[in-house]
Design a protein around this ligand. Structure first.
Ligand code: GRG
Ligand code: ZN
Length: 328
């Protein structure tokens, strides 16, 4: 009898180095194929998709290959009269897409084309009495929306429009004794939520409120024998957790808590050496979401062929400039 931890096998024929230019071609293809099946399917997350594609092109130093004006005009056309942005023109505003709109405008150096005050007003109205945030008018509360709010207002230079003390109190109520964070108080720890909470605490300048080592240990336990990382115990590894977990460790100053060479091997193995792009796991179908987070994770380890990524905002340090947060 053998105790089997859920994991994947890395076969020998899988890629073992970064196929950078294949990825930028994959993204361009995806972006240009506007009548394609995927593009139509993804309307409900179009602005987020645009941020993933633009960010992947920026991190692979290929941003100049994109039609900047067309993309910026499209993003601006997703703005609603409440000040927020929806996923596509005519769709309701949501914090997830509002942050992605702001990120995309920064990547194309076009933030001056947005109305910062009305965006911050939109975000402010979604904060609740207990400090938490709703993602939109439907009322769903989630620590993801705390990161979206703090990141958006920070990037617009107006963090103080939010109630940061109550926001931090809410985040600390979502801090579990295992060192992780969940979506709401009492929810199970999940690596994606850890990223959101650690990032939000960093923006608030309140990382001293948690035990960095305890959280970093919970994150380090996400590494499987294959080198890949999962999102919680007993789940399969997935390349996007390379980002959620590694970025959290980087924010905590604890990147050395995991085996970096095993991690890189897993990330390389998730590349598709024919179509370009990264899949969630070796052998699966590549998509822009896993592509940008695979590339961003490799950038955190340092790779001269990539732009350096900021672990809180998942954007190049170059495009963030003085918007970067000084952590240590
Ligand atoms: C990138 C700056 C920046 C902000 C984004 C929305 C957001 C802020 C972060 C999302 C963090 C998150 C919750 C990531 C997890 C995404 C994911 C793969 C969810 C799937 O979860 P499960 O539980 O799958 O369905 P598992 O992997 O556990 O099987
Ligand atoms: Zn994933």
């Amino acid at each position: 009898f053998e105790f089997a931890r859920k994991d994947v096998n890395l076969q020998e024929k899988l890629p073992t180095k970064l196929l950078r230019d294949l990825h930028s071609n994959f993204i361009l293809q995806y972006e240009r194929d506007k009548n394609g099946y995927h593009y139509i399917m993804a309307e409900h997350l179009r602005v987020s998709g645009i941020y993933w594609c633009a960010n992947a092109m920026d991190l692979t130093k290929q941003l100049s290959q994109m039609s900047a004006d067309e993309i910026v005009q499209y993003v601006l056309s997703c703005r609603n009269s409440d000040g927020g942005y929806g996923p596509a023109p005519g769709h309701d505003s949501h914090l997830l897409h509002t942050l992605c709109a702001v990120q995309t405008l920064i990547i194309f150096d076009s933030l001056q084309k947005a109305d910062s005050n009305s965006i911050c007003d939109y975000v402010k109205k979604l904060q609740n009495e207990d400090g938490s945030f709703c993602g939109d008018l439907s009322g769903e509360v989630d620590t993801r929306f705390t990161l979206c709010s703090l990141a958006t207002c920070h990037l617009l230079g107006n963090l103080s429009t939010l109630n940061i003390d109550t926001a931090v109190n809410f985040l600390l109520r979502c801090y579990n004794s295992d060192g992780g964070f969940g979506t709401r108080p009492g929810s199970e720890s999940h690596a994606g939520q850890v990223y959101c909470c650690v990032g939000a605490l960093a923006i608030a300048g309140r990382l001293d409120s948690i035990s960095r080592d305890r959280t970093a240990e919970w994150l380090a336990f996400r590494q499987c024998d294959s080198g890949g990382l999962n999102g919680r115990p007993e789940k399969l590894p997935d390349v996007c957790y390379s980002w959620w977990v590694l970025a959290s460790l980087a924010i905590l100053g604890r990147l050395d808590f995991i085996d970096q060479s095993a991690m890189k091997k897993f990330i390389y193995a998730c590349q598709d050496d024919e179509t370009g792009g990264f899949a969630d796991r070796p052998g699966d179908c590549a998509d822009p979401f896993h592509t940008v987070f695979g590339i961003a994770a490799l950038s955190l380890f340092g790779d001269d062929s990539l732009e350096q990524v900021d672990p809180i905002f998942c954007m190049s340090k170059k495009c963030l400039g003085s918007k970067q947060i000084e952590m240590f």
